[in-house]
Design a protein around this ligand. Sequence first.
Ligand code: SF4
Length: 239
Amino acid sequence: MFDIAATADDALKERAAALDARLTDAAPHDVIAAILAEKFDGGVGAVSSFGTESAVLLHMLAEIDRTAPVLFLDTGMLFPETLEYRDQLQERLGLTDIRVFTPDEADRLRLDPDNMLWASDTDACCGFRKVLPLGRALDGLGAWFNGRKRYHGETRSELPVVEADGPRIKVNPLANFNAQDIQSYFVRHHLPLHPLQKHGFASIGCMSCTSRTMPGENVRAGRWRGSNKTECGIHLSEV
Ligand code: SF4
């Protein structure tokens, strides 16, 4: 029997594979430009945490199209410094369309009325604070950029540049960048650092699940320290 859903799925995977083959060795700036020039139903957006490395992708995006949508998940548990940094980068880069998504308040009252769910069930907490809002944020978009890199290790060590992710294309323009590339880009473009970086935070998410990293540790070692969790879920499931 003809299965229209399977056909659409296969077509998306084929398109992602063709784009990946074409862009796998391209410079990140060229990847972003090429994807923005493609036709995607619903258009293209970028998801940003406004963390320590976020300014690189956002700067590249702003150089090409500062009106492109930037989707930001405010979990309600972020450091105030992250919100200040978001505003600082918005002004510095001239981004005109930052869209903020928050957890559904009814979900929060039902699942986490005292904001302590993270202490007993991080997957459930990330589920309603990050995964569900991201699903709403991406609804209707045909493709999205994110800032993951292979040098982060763990589930990210084999990242393609372009991949199929559920009903849309996911693009990792910085997959090939390493820590030195990031640092050099900040210096070359005089980009401001996240205010907590100078206090030893190498990767920054929610306050309750982020700790400082020690010299020699993986950049993401301070996330969910002491547990096996390495991803919030937005990159593990079909959102
Ligand atoms: S990172 Fe921690 S506080 Fe933030 S949504 Fe996930 S479990 Fe909850």
